[in-house]
Design a protein around this ligand. Structure first.
Ligand SMILES: Cc1ncc(COP(=O)(O)O)c(C=O)c1O
Length: 368
């Protein structure tokens, strides 16, 4: 029997009444753009993250772009990011007009390696952009210390890490700004695209409100600067506000499935993700490492048994065509090693333990 990689219909079935009521309320209000539903969700999500302000945007990519721009980062500036991430992290730096500089990652956490970052800082470096990959917060203690010493801005890519923590601090609340995506399969997912910037800095609020709204704050009046049309719409905000109330429960279920994977797979040769000490992993993705060049055979074996797997990410960002032309050739050994071994197994909050066992039984058969 097959196991889906992800199944959005199960969550909808569980929340259908609440979500349909929220959608109906927006429809009846007629306030589809930047209405009260958006404000309510912005405040609720900011509170959840433990920061003062939330600013909706049309996507996670745009949230990152606006955060960089609002912090004054643009032409001539360098921004350090990990190459082992989704391509959008790099695109946002290009959209802001700055130059991406690629750091390596730590082999255990798959997140930005502070030692690699330190070596890349130049006079032109303005910011670092750590990514809380797969749902685990990067080493923010070390990265914030570097940023403080070198007077750099910090923009967190928390697009995969809603609710993740290091110590008591939630993803998005460490740096100058934290950016989230609400793509449907994210830990907190909309029924389409959406994003948000969270920040404690009042001075960023109006800047971001203008950037997302064609350069002005209101529906009429002058356009003070060049801006995007990239707002979180009211229907998505209303849906997200319903789902936010269940987010901790969704995370709990992801963690239970992850623990079951860990228990069942501990005797196999696979490299497994783990909660680092003092951190709370929210398992947006459950990514294992398949050693010895066996990845293709491993994936085919599972696919033949109806188990779909994905690769996040088999081509590092600095090697993607738009970046190859502009980024200095760089040796990123950990990134390259990981990109050859990673495989994402099925994981979603409504996945049953029987489904996890079906995946792990097939993996054990592969190694038998
Ligand atoms: C790490 C990371 N950064 C940025 C993004 C961009 O978000 P979006 O697809 O909402 O533009 C995503 C998600 O897709 C992501 O996973």
């Amino acid at each position: 029997m097959s196991v889906p990689y992800f199944d959005l219909t199960r969550q909808y079935a569980q929340l259908q009444n609440e979500i349909e009521t929220a959608i109906r309320d927006v429809n009846r209000s007629g306030a589809f753009i930047l209405g009260p539903a958006v404000q309510a969700f912005e405040q609720a999500f900011a509170n959840y993250c433990g920061v003062k302000f939330g600013l909706g945007a049309g996507s996670g990519t745009d949230a990152l772009t606006f955060a960089l721009r609002a912090l004054g980062i643009g032409k001539g500036d360098e921004v350090i990011l990990p190459s082992f991430t989704f391509v959008a992290t790099g695109f946002a730096i290009l959209f802001a007009g700055a130059k991406p500089v690629f750091a390596d990652v730590d082999f255990e956490t798959y997140t930005m390696d502070p030692k690699s970052v330190e070596k890349l800082i130049t006079k032109r470096t303005k910011a670092i952009l750590p990514v809380h990959l797969y749902g685990q917060v990067a080493d923010m203690d070390s990265l914030m210390a570097i940023a403080k010493k070198k007077k750099l801005k910090v923009i967190e890519d928390a697009c995969q890490a809603h609710g993740a923590r290091r110590g008591d601090v939630r993803a998005g609340a460490f740096g100058d700004a934290g950016c989230f995506s609400f793509y449907p399969t994210k830990n907190l997912g909309a029924f389409g695209d959406g994003g948000m910037i969270v920040t404690d800095q009042q001075k960023l609020v109006e800047k971001i409100q203008r950037l997302r709204n064609l350069g002005r704050l209101t529906a009429s009046g002058p356009h003070h600067e060049i801006g995007w049309t990239s707002r979180l719409d009211s229907l998505q905000a209303a849906i997200l506000n319903v789902k936010l109330k269940h987010l901790d429960q969704f995370i709990d279920k992801r963690r239970q499935a992850a623990k079951r994977y860990e228990k069942n797979l501990s005797s196999t040769p696979l490299g497994l993700p783990r909660d680092k000490k003092n951190s709370f992993h929210v398992y947006h993705l459950y990514v294992v490492l398949v050693p010895d060049g066996k990845r293709d055979a491993f994936r085919k074996f599972l696919a033949d048994r109806g188990i779909r797997t994905l690769l996040h990410y088999d081509l590092p960002v600095h090697l993607q065509p738009p970046f190859k032309k502009i980024a200095a050739p760089r040796s990123l050994p950990v990134t390259q090693k990981l990109s050859r071994q990673i495989v994402s197994l099925p994981l979603f909050p409504e996945m049953t333990m029987e489904e996890v066992d079906r995946v792990t039984d097939s993996i054990k058969d592969f190694y038998r």
